[in-house]
Design a protein around this ligand. Structure first.
Ligand code: C2O
Ligand code: CU
Length: 541
């Protein structure tokens, strides 16, 4: 009965919003980020005071590398034997800090993040994703959200973010399965070296499952990368960064709104920033070059990372692999879902303790050893060519708005892509192997990190525009020049920051597999509240 009631509320709210759209031309402009910050500050009254914890008392853990559990054949070609992995999601208890008792998470391995998948370009593998979770969720489900209405509480589906995968192994949000079930996915790995990551994608509860800990890193390597002699083995370290709110008894806390039947909040920011699952860890390093594979696995927080002593990052790769040449930068900006591949040279910092910060907040510490070492690795001046996709190759340009809707009191209540709900008919149907330009028109104040499954793309530019003219007349009034991507974004991407009051253009070749995929905002609270749409790559025949 309760479900029927919320269902009715949901549809009447939809009708109401649609009517609004018809009147206003589509949008109620939003100040959601500011609102969310205030709200997120106000809600968790009862969180742990992190300043009572001594920093840098835990060594940075590195997640274990997943080992194959044998070989299996592909259902479609029984003769092909492929390495087979089984990753099961289970409740785990992990110590996030020496002085705290263990914290409950859900993970695909013994700790959070789950085990790292080490993959080779062109070498196919099978992964069985298993759900061995309990039947009750420990985070607050909002039953009004699409996918959460009337479905079991605990469901999961795994998506390998950044992978070119046939649609039935991509983790379509509606392909979730319940405890006791599993799904066998086939990863062809026909793509260049890159850092990918796997995470839950279950419709309507994805933000909670990822917050619970259902994610991990996957690394694809290839010969081009091998030939560069970059720092490797123990000198290559993944840094997965994510934030959580922590209760005084050391448990993760997911905030809820003040509306009783609508616990969804627009964005979640935790003050505890974890790196590979530890709070304020330290890493002992030698005075030499290291390669760090950095992933922002937060639900909503953007990281703006820098070293306290001004040490530079040499960025060598983006989401989808190597840049043409290293880009030296003093700070790194990473939106949720984005990755950066960087080399840091500690050789001039012997004996120093260097803090990595997120703006003014401490993230972790590097302890550089005193004694000189020899460093046989290189940082080549040329990495991998990234041939520019010419705009003339595009057969279509799609104009796609990023929409936020607010309640009467100015709270964001719903987010849509191009005014459409998840269940509306599919509108983006690029032809297989065709090239298109997608223009993300963002009238809001928020940056929405937009991710497309199954493909990699290049950023063309961003341009400031005046939203009102576009909303009312569907005409662009630009307020500035087209700004090309930053050098550190000028490689292959799969997630792009579509900044507020800007039109962000990307160019995409849909050269993977035909079938149904999704594109969405990677702020997971937005994604779960309709800021996700199916799209279909259509074969020409
Ligand atoms: Cu990180 Cu739809 O994914
Ligand atoms: Cu968003």
């Amino acid at each position: 009965m309760a479900l029927a009631l919320t269902g009715t509320l949901m549809s009447s709210r939809r009708t109401f919003l649609r009517q609004c759209s018809a009147v206003t031309g589509g949008l109620a402009l939003s100040r959601s980020r500011a609102w969310a910050m205030m709200h997120a500050m106000a809600t968790p009254a009862n969180t742990l005071n992190l300043s009572t914890l001594p920093p840098f008392v835990d060594a940075l853990p590195v997640p274990p590398v997943a080992r194959p559990d044998g070989v299996r054949s592909l259902a479609s070609s029984p003769k092909t034997r492929l390495p087979y992995y089984r990753l099961a999601a289970r409740p785990v208890e992990c110590k996030i800090h020496r002085d705290l008792k263990p914290t409950r998470f859900w993970s695909f391995g013994p700790s959070v993040p789950g085990p790292t998948l080490e993959l080779r370009s062109g070498e196919e593998v099978l992964v069985e994703w298993a759900n061995q979770l309990p039947s009750k969720h420990f985070l607050p489900i909002d039953y009004r959200l699409h996918g959460a209405e009337g479905n079991p509480e605990v469901r999961l589906v795994a998506h390998l973010h950044g992978a070119r995968v046939p649609p039935d192994s991509d983790g379509y949000p509606e392909d979730w399965f319940v405890p006791g079930k599993s799904a066998l996915y086939h990863y062809p790995n026909q793509q260049e070296a890159a850092m990918l990551w796997y995470h839950d994608h279950a419709m309507g509860i994805n933000r909670l499952n990822v917050y619970a800990g259902l994610f991990g890193v996957a690394i694809i390597r290839d010969q081009v990368e091998d030939s560069l002699n970059l720092p490797s083995t123990k000198y290559e370290v993944p840094l997965t960064i994510f934030d959580r709110l922590i209760t005084p008894d050391a448990q993760i806390y997911y905030p809820i709104s003040e509306r009783e039947r609508a616990p969804w909040v627009p964005e979640v920011f935790g003050d505890a920033i974890l790196v590979n699952g530890k709070l304020f860890p330290y890493l002992e390093v030698e005075p030499r070059k290291y390669r760090f594979r950095i992933l922002n696995a937060a639900n909503a927080r953007f990281y703006h990372l820098s070293f306290q002593n001004g040490l530079a990052f040499q960025q060598i790769g983006t989401d989808q692999g190597l840049l043409p040449a290293p880009v030296s930068c003093k700070s790194l900006m990473l939106a949720p879902g984005e990755r950066a591949d960087v080399v840091v040279d500690f050789s001039d910092a012997r004996g120093e303790r260097i803090v990595l910060k997120n703006d003014s907040f401490v993230v972790m510490q590097f302890r550089v050893a005193e004694n000189k070492v020899s460093d046989g690795s290189s940082l080549p001046a040329q990495l991998r060519p990234v041939p520019k996709i010419s705009e003339s190759e595009a057969v279509k340009t799609r104009l796609l708005t990023l929409d936020e809707y607010e309640s009467m009191v100015g709270e964001p209540v719903l987010l849509l892509l191009n005014g459409s709900y998840w269940h509306d008919p599919i509108t983006e149907k690029p032809a297989l192997k065709s090239t298109e330009i997608w223009s993300f028109i963002n009238p809001t104040d928020d940056t929405h990190p937009i991710h497309l499954h199954a493909v990699r793309f290049q950023i063309l530019d961003r341009q400031r525009y005046e939203p009102w003219t576009y909303q009312t007349k569907r005409q662009f009034r630009f307020l500035g020049p087209r700004v090309p991507p930053e050098p550190c974004e000028a490689g292959w991407k799969d997630t792009v920051r579509a900044d507020g009051k800007m039109v962000t253009r990307i160019i995409v070749r849909f050269d993977s597999y035909p079938g149904r995929y999704v594109w969405h905002c990677h702020l997971l609270e937005h994604e779960d509240n309709e800021m996700m749409r199916p799209y279909e790559i259509v074969s020409a025949a």
